[in-house]
Each structure stands twice: as structure tokens, then as C-alpha cells.
Design a protein around this ligand. Structure first.
Ligand code: SAM
Length: 367
């Protein structure tokens, strides 16, 4: 077991240790952490594999032919994910996002979608069930995913210029195939948002073409500040284009009006075009950190619970699951972990202590 894990079965970790059998008092219902942040969203990474090698996420130099991905037995099974999902939902989670790696590389993903779509929120409603994908396999799977109960899709696309996009995904994948995936999802009735990571000197000149194109297509475009996730992408602050500059550029050509968040803790700041034609969002986790509103937990491919995208340690729920823990024990462990949460990495960026543990990679815990 790697040092990344906080072993919940280990009695030394008293703060989050699993309760002994017979002493279970699962705190039911909604949870808040030390900063009074509720648990609202769960992101589930279903594979560490990806068929892209985006230079800012899984650079080839690190994730090359020699890289060993995890064997299937290490991954949570769909049944394990759905079981944990049920416990999280009982604690107030209303939104689950399936991600990775590239989630559509996981065989038969629609089966997981169907299992999660059957869960009901604490209020008895349907879950907001979303998928983040590079869309390389979306045209093939969109209809089945929609039939299985998926509610919407976020597609990652960093440029419309084919040459720029091929360079960024670093596997020579064409823009046209991503657009086919987007169309297939829309045809299947799935609302589509498009995520663009903006990197200074790489694709910032694509901001306006992307905004024009997706406005015309009727899909929400969300531009994301390049973040210092993981340790392998060689992130530098001067490669970040601040969200305020992104908004200014678009506003100069297509005037924008600020919109309220759809719900507290929404990641993107929203804007609509003043003439009524569509919406954009910016995710400013570097220049305008939003830790105080963060309501997201992340479940890694191996079943560790991470409390922050920038965390260096997760809590090992898989061992609990595989040691035969009851739902009540799982529920108690999750409640204790969330209740103890106090992280706010992005707000403290720059104050990170030398010698702090290595941050986990995004492909491992999911974007
Ligand atoms: N493979 C899927 C995809 O491409 O959407 C899901 C996983 S990917 C890690 C999820 C999202 O994280 C993508 O939109 C990707 O662009 C974004 N991402 C990865 N590394 C990032 C970084 N350093 N800064 C900002 N966004 C990043």
C-alpha cells in the first residue's frame, strides 16, 4: 500500500478509523466539514488510462510506453462504486460525475451509469449524473449512455485549430472526431458543455474562435485556468491566463452579463451573452480560488476518498469495503472524514510547505 493512503482499518488513525463492529452509530443525513461546507458532489474516477497524452495532464515523458497502469483487480468494481455511491447519496450528495483517465475506456461504462442512475437523492429526486470525456469514443457510446440514464456530458476540447489541438493532445487526435462525439451526444438528447484549458503561449488565441463556434452551436463553453494539479506537468504561474482576462477578451467582441451560480459551490462563474445568445463559464481556481464553497469529494480508481483536487493523501475506503464493512460502517467512516475536512489548498497556494507530500495526479483522482 502506498503512503498516499490513509489506512482506515489502522487503529492508529483514530480520527478517521472505522468503528469496531457492534459500535456502529452511522451519522445519517447531510454532512458539513470544519468550514461548514456541505458534501454535495462526488467525482468518481473509473480508470487511470487515457488514450490522449495532453501535455498539461498526462505528458508522454511521464506516461510513456513504460508507464504501468493499474491492473483491473485494483480498480473499484462497478458494484463497489454503486454501493459507495448509495452511501454518499444518503449523506446528501446530489451530483455524481464520472471521470478518469478517459472514462469511456472502461468497458461497459453504461452499466455503471445505469446503476448510479437508479440512486435517489435524500429528497427522493433523480441524481444529476454527468460524464467528463475527451469524446474520442463518444460517438460510439452516446446513445447507450443516454438510455442508461446519463443526464449530461462535459467534453474536453482545447482548440478548434486542428494543429494546435493535435499538439496539445499529443496523440495526433483530430478536432473533427471530437466534434462528431459532441454532435452524437446532442443527438442523443444529452446537454453538452465544453471544457477548454487555457494555457498562455499554447492556445490562448483559440479563446475567441472557441467562444464564437460553441455559441453558434448552442453549447456552453467553460474556460479553465491551467492548474497546478499533480507534479508531472511542470506547471508555471506565467502559463496561466487569468479568467478575468479571458472574460475581457470575449466581452470586447461579444458583450457579456454576469449570471448567478446555479447552486452554491458551482465551480464555474457564469456569464451570458448580452444579446441573449448563450452562455459561457470560467473556472478560476488559480486567480480567484473558491475553496470556501467547495462541496466536492473525489473517489479515486482504487477507492480512496480525496477531499481536494490538490491533496496528497486519500482515505482508503476500498480496504473497508473489501474487509466486509457494512453500509453503516462505510457511512460512519465517510461522515468522520468529511466532518474533519479543513483543506483550502487553492486559497493557500504559495504557502505550501517544502517537504509536503506529492500532490496526486488528476488522471488518478479524476478531473
Ligand atoms: N479524459 C477525460 C477528459 O478529457 O475530459 C476526463 C479526465 S480529464 C483529467 C478532466 C478534465 O481535467 C479535462 O477537461 C482536462 O482538460 C482537465 N485538466 C487536466 N489537467 C488540468 C490542468 N492542469 N489544469 C486544468 N485542467 C486540467
Amino acid at each position: 500500500m502506498s503512503e498516499r493512503f490513509v489506512p482506515l482499518l489502522d487503529a492508529r488513525v483514530r480520527a478517521v478509523a472505522a468503528p469496531a463492529p457492534g459500535q456502529i452509530e452511522a451519522p445519517a443525513g447531510r454532512l458539513t466539514d470544519q468550514l461548514r461546507r456541505p458534501l454535495h458532489d462526488l467525482r468518481v474516477s473509473v480508470t487511470d488510462r487515457c488514450n490522449f497524452r495532453c501535455t498539461y495532464c498526462m505528458p508522454k515523458e511521464v506516461f510513456g510506453r513504460e508507464h504501468r497502469f493499474l491492473p483491473h483487480s485494483q480498480l473499484l468494481s462497478f458494484e463497489e462504486i454503486a454501493r459507495l455511491g448509495r452511501v454518499f447519496v444518503a449523506h446528501g450528495v446530489e451530483k455524481i460525475r464520472i471521470t478518469g483517465g478517459e472514462p469511456l475506456l472502461r468497458k461497459d461504462l453504461s452499466r455503471l451509469v445505469q446503476m448510479l442512475a437508479e440512486l435517489r437523492t435524500a429528497a427522493g429526486g433523480e441524481l444529476d449524473l454527468a460524464l467528463t470525456t475527451n469524446a474520442s469514443l463518444l460517438a460510439r457510446h452516446a446513445a447507450a449512455l443516454a438510455r442508461a440514464g446519463l443526464k449530461r456530458v462535459t467534453v474536453s476540447l482545447d482548440a478548434l485549430d486542428d494543429e494546435v489541438f493535435r499538439r496539445m493532445n499529443d496523440v495526433d487526435f483530430p478536432v473533427a472526431s471530437v466534434l462528431e462525439g459532441i454532435d452524437a451526444a446532442a443527438d442523443a438528447g444529452l446537454p453538452v458543455k465544453v471544457n477548454m484549458v487555457v494555457q498562455r503561449g499554447t492556445n490562448e488565441h483559440q479563446i475567441l474562435p472557441m467562444a464564437r463556434f460553441f455559441r453558434q452551436r448552442g453549447h456552453v463553453l467553460r474556460m479553465i485556468e491551467y492548474m497546478d494539479v499533480g507534479t508531472t506537468n511542470g506547471w508555471r504561474l506565467d502559463q496561466v491566463v487569468p479568467a478575468a482576462q479571458i472574460v475581457e477578451r470575449i466581452h470586447a467582441e461579444m458583450p457579456l452579463v454576469a449570471l448567478d451560480a446555479n447552486y452554491p459551490g458551482e465551480v464555474a462563474r457564469r456569464w451570458r451573452y448580452r444579446d441573449g445568445g448563450g452562455e459561457i463559464g470560467v473556472v478560476a481556481s488559480v486567480t480567484q480560488a473558491f475553496c470556501r464553497d467547495c462541496t466536492r469529494a473525489r473517489l479515486s480508481i482504487e477507492g480512496e476518498l480525496y477531499l481536494c483536487l490538490f491533496a496528497s493523501q486519500g482515505y482508503d475506503l476500498r480496504s473497508l469495503l473489501r474487509a466486509g464493512a457494512s453500509d453503516a460502517q462505510l457511512s460512519t467512516a465517510i461522515a468522520r472524514i468529511w466532518s474533519g475536512r479543513s483543506d483550502r489548498y487553492s486559497e493557500l497556494r504559495g504557502q505550501r510547505q517544502a517537504g509536503a507530500g506529492a500532490k496526486v495526479e488528476m488522471s488518478y483522482i479524476g478531473g
